[in-house]
Design a protein around this ligand. Structure first.
Ligand SMILES: Nc1ncnc2c1ncn2[C@@H]1O[C@H](COP(=O)(O)OP(=O)(O)OP(=O)(O)O)[C@@H](O)[C@H]1O
Length: 474
């Protein structure tokens, strides 16, 4: 059985019973599906974050899922991928909660082979019908795969994505935080001939410099104290697929030369190894930094920059494509509203406020806002009182205004007069983060919510500026 784009459909099976896992995996593979089997909820969530799947088959009682964590995570972030529950311990509360979270089916163990296959086929069939076609921009002007937006910059982006779908060239995506760099990278992967291969996210800010080489290239047994066996790195996992290097600008300089070899020659040496490993990988990278300035400043290798930016893509901030705000907000509302709240809508005053707001955290901030409003709302309309204070008061829109001809020293602190644009912006961002941390007393979750960033995204920024949240706790 294959999907509409002639690639085998991918099924994630999560169950802590080894026998069920093995036999179900074998059964579905025989039917032509590609299966990945994991035995706990954390591994399932990691797989879903890193790879594309068409369906999830999940047990309920398995490690890490006793409060249905996998189902909650799934309903929040990937509700368009159908999830079938297969449980040996059915309870009424778990069944009600599973259905509330929008599962596709609820099967009881021992499940008959024909029932399982019928349920899998039904769920995949529905997904195929609901799924936007490949390169959908011509027929559906306001979306391309999972990307939403009808503005001119988005139309231009869709045209580029369509044109490059036959290409295997490396891509460099730039844009502010939350503009959609990762979702664009996934879209490129899913529309490429590598679609059935892995899509591996490598977050350059998440790995300490000293571990980078081993995390990226792996190591051989005995390479260092504690290396008791050979270990594959993240690059080995991208073979046949796409490596997505997020925040490329943070890659330590010594690693840049090693990455260049992997990009150029498609080979690398695991730490302590002598035999080069060959890969077949496309590189898509993202950065919010001005990499050309980094090259000029000697912080980023020019040869690597040219290798990776064969196709450059610039993502516009949301404030520069305001006509997409309500389109995205309505889409997110449909995605995030609980089942049974299909009529939930924004009031006219809220729409006005959303369209006027500057969205410094871009689409991620908008998504966080919709989640917040959906969680607080008890009626069928999202009204002004459901908005967080920053949006109600429109604080982020009130920017310092500076008329043409004003002397720039009026708005710049003395030490920054004559500084470059990058230095001024970095100073402002670092100051903003300090104020944010002060007002939230070092609570990263709360601060991230206000800033419209993910916790991970805020951690990345804090790390970049050497700001320790613990120092703000009182
Ligand atoms: N055009 C879009 N259509 C639909 N959803 C979008 C769009 N752009 C972004 N999103 C959603 O906004 C959120 C943030 O997007 P994403 O993580 O891709 O941004 P990013 O630029 O990689 O952020 P960061 O730089 O902080 O890592 C995700 O939930 C993503 O699905």
């Amino acid at each position: 059985m294959t999907g509409t784009d002639h690639r085998p459909e991918r099924i994630l099976i999560a169950d802590d019973e080894p026998l069920f896992l093995r036999t179900t995996g074998e059964l579905l593979r025989r039917e032509g599906y590609r299966c990945v089997c994991v035995s706990d909820a954390a591994s399932a969530m990691e797989q879903l974050r890193q790879h594309s799947f068409d369906l999830v088959l999940s047990d309920l009682n398995m490690p890490g899922n006793f409060k249905l964590e996998l189902l909650h995570d799934h309903s929040k972030h990937r509700s368009r991928i159908p999830l079938i529950v297969v449980t040996g311990v059915p309870t009424l509360p778990s069944a009600i909660e599973s259905i509330r979270l929008g599962i596709a089916d609820y099967l009881l163990k021992p499940v008959r082979v024909e029932d399982l296959l019928a349920s899998v086929r039904r769920a995949l069939d529905l997904r195929r019908k609901a799924r936007p076609r490949r390169c959908a921009s011509r027929d559906e002007p306001d979306r391309f795969g999972d990307l939403i937006g009808a503005s001119r910059p988005m139309q231009e982006l869709y045209a580029i994505l369509e044109r490059i779908s036959g290409s295997d060239a490396n891509v460099l995506i730039r844009g502010e935080s939350g503009t959609g760099k990762e979702i664009v990278a996934r879209t490129i992967h899913e529309n490429s001939r590598r679609a059935e291969g892995p899509f591996q996210v490598i977050d350059c800010t998440a790995v300490p410099d000293s571990l980078f080489e081993s995390v990226l290239f792996g190591h051989v047994k005995g390479a260092f104290t504690g290396a008791s066996q050979d270990h594959d790195g993240l690059l080995a996992r991208c073979d046949g697929g796409t490596a997505f290097l997020d925040e490329l600008g943070e890659l330590p300089l010594p690693m840049q030369g090693k990455l260049l070899r992997a990009v150029q020659e498609q080979t690398f040496l695991p730490v302590g190894g002598h035999t080069p490993r060959r890969i077949n990988t496309r590189f898509i990278c993202a950065t919010h930094r001005d990499l050309e300035a980094e090259v000029e400043a000697g912080r980023f290798r020019q040869d690597l920059y040219y290798r990776l930016s064969v196709i450059p893509i610039q993502l516009p901030p949301l404030r520069e494509r305001r006509e997409d705000i309500m389109l995205l907000a309505e889409h997110l509302l449909r995605e995030l509203a609980p089942p049974g709240a299909a009529g939930l809508a924004f009031s006219p005053q809220v729409k006005q406020r959303l369209e006027a707001y500057d969205w410094p955290g871009n689409v991620r901030e908008l998504r966080n806002f919709v989640e917040y409003a959906v969680a607080l709302n008890t009626t069928d309309s999202i009204d002004l009182e459901d908005l967080p204070a920053s949006l109600r008061e429109g604080t982020a829109s009130s920017v310092v205004s500076c008329r043409a001809g004003d002397v720039v020293t009026d708005v710049l602190p003395e030490p920054l007069v004559g500084a470059t644009r990058t230095e001024v912006l970095a100073t402002a961002e670092s100051r903003y983060l300090e104020l944010l941390m002060t007002s939230h007393r070092g609570n990263v979750s709360e601060a991230a919510r206000q800033a419209g960033l993910s916790r991970q995204g805020l951690h990345k920024l804090l790390k970049r500026y050497g700001i320790d949240p613990d120092a703000f706790r009182v």
